[in-house]
Design a protein around this ligand. Structure first.
Ligand code: SF4
Length: 357
C-alpha cells in the first residue's frame, strides 16, 4: 500500500476512535445528524441520516443538548432556529455553503419585493414561499410576510396552501423546483414569470400577469442532468426506470418515469422488485449508497460522469472528531447562532411548513 494511503487510513481510524469515545461519553446529550449526500464514514457515524425535512423534524424533536449537523450551512441554521435556548447546534464545516441557497441574497430579495410593489399590490396579493435551501434571513423575510418554507418533499402541499391564501406566489430560490411543482398544479406557462436577480425588473408586464413568480436560481449539481442523459440510458439499458429529484430541469423531469424528494427516491428504489434497473438523477453519494444497499437491483447515476455536491463533500471524519473532542473539553467549535429577531420570523415560516405538510 502506498504511504499516502496508509497515512489516510491511520488518520481515519484515529478520527473514528475519537468519535466513538465522544459519543460514549456524551451519550444522552448528543445527536449527530447527517444528510444523505454526506460521505459514507460521516453517515456511518451519525445517529440519524435523512433529507432536509426529516432532519429538521428530528432536530426540532430531540431532547439532546448538542446537535451536531453534518450537512451544509443552511441546514444547521434551520436546526438552530428550531432548537431550544439551552440546546447548541454545531456544524463540523462552517464553510460548507449551498450554491443554491447562496443565489438568494437577503438584500436582493428585499429589493425584488420593492420592485414588484410597482407592478402589483404585494401586501394584498403576493405570498412568498422559500425552499428550505435558503439563509435564515431569507426565511425570516418570508415569515414576516406571512409565507412559508418548503422542502422538495412537501413543495406541492405548501404551494397549494399558499395559493389558498393569496392569488400570487413568489417562489425562491429554485426556479426548477418551482416550475416542476407548477406543472403538477396545472399552472399555465403564461401565468409563470421569472425574476432574475442579476437583471431585476425585466418585462414588468409578465409580473402583472403572473400567478407564480420564480426566482432565477438553480442547484448546479442537479442542473447537470440533461434530456440527453435520459435518452442515452434508455438506449443503453432497455427496461430502465428513470427517477429524478425535482431540483432537476423541467425538461429532464418530463422525460423521467418518477420524480420525488430524496426520501421518495430511496423508498421507491427500495420497494421495487429484484432485478429492477434504475437510473437515478441526483447526487452521487446517495446513488452509490443506494446501489450498495440494493444489491438485488441495478442502480446507477443518470449522468456520466456522476455529479457530486462539492460542499456536502467538504465534511471529513476528522472535522466531526474535532467538534466532538471540543465538546469534551468544554469548547463549542462550529457553533451556529441565529439572532432571535431573525430566528422568530424564520421559525414562523418553518412552523407553517410543518403544519401544511
Ligand atoms: S446538492 Fe445543490 S441544493 Fe443540495 S446542498 Fe448541494 S448545492 Fe445545495
Amino acid at each position: 500500500m502506498l504511504k499516502i494511503e496508509q497515512a489516510r487510513e491511520a488518520a481515519l481510524a484515529q478520527a473514528q476512535a475519537q468519535v466513538e469515545e465522544a459519543k460514549r461519553r456524551l451519550a444522552g446529550e448528543l445527536l449527530i445528524l447527517a444528510h444523505h449526500y454526506e460521505r459514507d464514514e460521516i453517515v456511518a457515524a451519525a445517529d440519524f441520516r435523512g433529507d432536509s425535512l426529516e432532519l429538521s423534524r428530528r432536530a426540532a424533536a430531540t431532547e439532546a443538548r448538542y446537535i451536531v449537523f453534518c450537512g451544509v450551512h443552511f441546514m444547521a441554521e434551520t436546526a438552530a432556529i428550531l432548537a431550544r435556548p439551552d440546546q447548541r447546534v454545531l456544524i463540523p464545516r462552517p464553510d460548507a455553503g449551498c450554491f443554491l441557497a447562496d443565489q438568494a441574497e437577503p438584500a436582493a430579495l428585499r429589493a425584488a419585493w420593492e420592485s414588484l410593489r410597482k407592478e402589483i399590490d404585494v401586501e394584498q396579493e403576493l405570498l412568498p414561499v422559500t425552499y428550505i435551501n435558503s439563509s435564515a434571513e431569507v426565511k425570516a423575510f418570508v415569515g414576516l410576510k406571512g409565507g412559508a418554507v418548503c422542502t422538495s418533499a412537501n413543495a406541492e402541499k405548501v404551494l397549494r396552501w399558499a395559493f389558498s391564501r393569496k392569488p400570487r406566489v413568489f417562489f425562491l430560490p429554485d426556479q426548477y423546483l418551482g416550475r416542476n411543482v407548477a406543472r403538477r398544479l396545472g399552472l399555465p406557462e403564461e401565468e409563470i414569470a421569472l425574476w432574475d436577480p442579476r437583471f431585476p425588473g425585466q418585462d414588468p408586464a409578465s409580473f402583472r400577469r403572473a400567478r407564480l413568480i420564480l426566482w432565477r436560481g438553480a442547484c448546479r449539481t442537479h442542473a447537470r442532468f440533461l434530456p440527453e442523459d435520459v435518452r442515452r440510458v434508455r438506449e443503453e439499458h432497455p427496461g430502465v426506470k428513470v427517477i429524478v429529484h425535482p431540483e432537476c430541469r423541467p425538461e429532464v423531469v418530463e422525460l423521467a418515469d418518477e420524480v420525488g424528494s430524496t426520501s421518495f427516491i430511496i423508498r421507491k428504489v427500495g420497494e421495487s422488485p429484484p432485478g429492477s434497473i434504475w437510473a437515478v438523477g441526483t447526487e452521487e453519494r446517495l446513488v452509490a449508497r443506494l446501489a450498495k444497499e440494493n444489491p438485488d437491483k441495478v442502480v446507477f447515476n443518470l449522468a456520466e460522469p456522476p455529479p457530486f455536491c462539492p460542499t456536502m463533500s467538504l465534511t471529513q471524519l476528522e472535522d466531526l472528531a474535532r467538534v466532538l473532542t471540543g465538546l469534551l473539553n468544554g469548547e463549542e467549535r462550529g457553533r451556529i447562532e441565529v439572532p432571535e429577531e431573525v430566528a422568530a420570523p424564520a421559525r414562523a415560516a418553518i412552523q407553517r411548513m410543518l403544519e401544511a405538510s
